[in-house]
Write a protein that binds this ligand. Structure first.
Ligand code: S3P
Length: 442
């Protein structure tokens, strides 16, 4: 099993571009597959999760070529039903979005994933897709998902997305592209809107309420915009933002990061905690806003984080909990029960790991209370943290090394490759001293 062995490194500095956005890359691949003209995807994320999407699209007879090791060209068209089972690996986004496409294009297929994905909830997509007329089933609400050919037309529905899931929303919008009548999705708190922005870029008939809570799509063919450029992923940048904020000294700049407001909850939360963050060179890439983010060492304080702040920071709570441990006073997170349904149960994984490193925290059914230790000195004890095979848990705990008293070992780290293949190299380049090992070597 792979592990990280990290020696404390107390100052971090540098200028880096973190991995490209995972959500946007998945969507660019899937939407491009539906167009008859080719689409070039510039600076896509090439990681285990997005390779799983590339393979799924190829399995439907669509050609994808890789130019100069970086750009992808998708020659979209008519998708055919894949021969055999599609392996979605660790990717919840792939399995859920692919269901929307398979239902829309009436493809029969079977979808599976790794041990983590096989335990994740799927009724949130199978039930509304069944209501649209799809022949789709999952065993006990978990993968495998089996899709059969439908003889009747697909019909639009009105769906209340009470879990505020962007995966559910995009999946239903993709099916809605091929349904009779309108498909309308309403959310209590708006989830990330990359799907809507990209569908608009591909010419879909999509409209939204001003507050982004209600989205409507009508059937229609997509037209390729020719190319789609993918910004750096704010949920990969957040590890370095937290490390720079809690480090005793230093400054870091993260280049070309997506700052779509449906994703920047972590920046808002860290600013409220007193972080010294500047957003520079604001610009756009396609329909997505991007900027460079400069972060300096800061004195943080604990805050209350409630349900309304969770969807825009959903993937960033593990990193924020490391910041909370290094902040003065208590941080209280509630309304975050969805974290229990991610690549691991992130509430439980984080509480166990923080306690292992000597941080006083309490697990709530839908959140965590952390007693911060802002002494200005190293605060995390030396210890071994089990990442539970969850990439974001592994990367979050790696950042604790900037305020650690001794070595931190993080086990089961292979899945960092699902979202951030050059994580250790970039970490070392800014002063976070990670050595990748394998306990099979012993
Ligand atoms: C994603 C949405 C979020 C997020 C996941 C990626 C997406 O999941 O946690 O990493 O690309 O739509 P939910 O839709 O389950 O909240």
């Amino acid at each position: 099993m792979k592990l990280f062995n990290i020696t404390p490194g107390h100052d971090i500095s540098g200028e880096i571009r973190v991995a490209s956005d995972k959500s946007i890359t998945h969507r660019a691949l899937l939407l491009s597959a539906l167009c008859t003209e080719p689409t070039e995807i510039i600076s896509p994320l090439l990681s285990e999760d997005t390779y799983a999407t590339i393979n799924a699209v190829r399995a439907c007879g669509i050609e994808i070529t890789q130019e100069e090791g970086k750009e992808l060209v998708v020659k979209g068209g008519v998708l055919s039903a894949p021969n055999g089972t599609i392996d979605c690996g660790n990717s919840g986004t792939l399995i859920r979005l692919f269901c929307g496409i398979a239902v829309g294009r009436n493809l029969s297929c079977k979808l599976v994933g790794d041990a983590s994905l096989m335990q994740r909830p799927m009724k949130r997509i199978t039930e509304p897709l069944q209501e649209m007329g799809a022949v789709i089933n999952s065993e006990k609400g978990k993968p495998p998902i089996v899709l059969g050919e439908r003889s009747e037309a697909l019909r639009g529905i009105m769906h209340s997305n009470i879990v505020n899931s962007a995966q559910v929303k995009t999946s239903l919008l993709l099916a809605g592209l091929y349904a009779e009548g309108n498909t309308i999705i309403a959310e209590p708190i708006p989830s990330r809107d990359h799907g809507e922005l990209m569908l608009i870029e591909f010419g879909a008939k999509l409209s939204r309420s001003k507050d982004g809570r209600i989205v409507q799509i009508n059937s229609g063919e997509l037209t390729s915009p020719g190319n789609i450029a993918v910004p750096a992923d704010i949920s990969s940048a957040v590890f370095f933002i937290v490390a720079a904020a809690i480090a005793p000294a230093g400054e870091i700049t993260l280049k070309e990061v997506g700052i779509n407001s449906s994703r920047t909850g972590a920046l808002d939360i860290l600013l409220q905690m007193g972080a010294d963050i500047d957003i520079l060179n604001r610009r756009t890439m396609g329909n997505e806003p991007v900027a460079d983010i400069c972060v300096r060492s800061s004195q943080l304080h604990g805050i209350k984080i409630g349900a309304e702040m969770i969807p825009s920071a959903i993937d960033d709570i593990p990193a924020l909990l490391i910041a909370a441990a290094a902040a003065r006073g208590e941080t209280h997170i509630t309304g975050a029960g969805e974290l229990r349904h991610k690549e691991s149960d992130r509430i439980s994984s984080m509480v166990t790991g923080l306690q292992e490193l000597g941080i006083n925290c309490t697990e709530l059914p839908d959140g965590v209370i952390v007693q911060g230790k802002n002494s200005g000195k190293p605060i995390f004890n030396s210890g071994t943290v089990n990442s539970e095979g969850d990439h974001r848990i592994a990367m979050a705990f790696a950042m604790a090394s900037v305020r650690a008293k001794g070595n931190i070992t993080i086990s089961d780290t292979a899945n960092v490759n699902t979202s951030f293949p050059n994580f250790t190299k970039l970490s070392n380049s800014v002063g976070i001293r990670i050595v990748e090992e394998s306990d099979d070597d012993a």
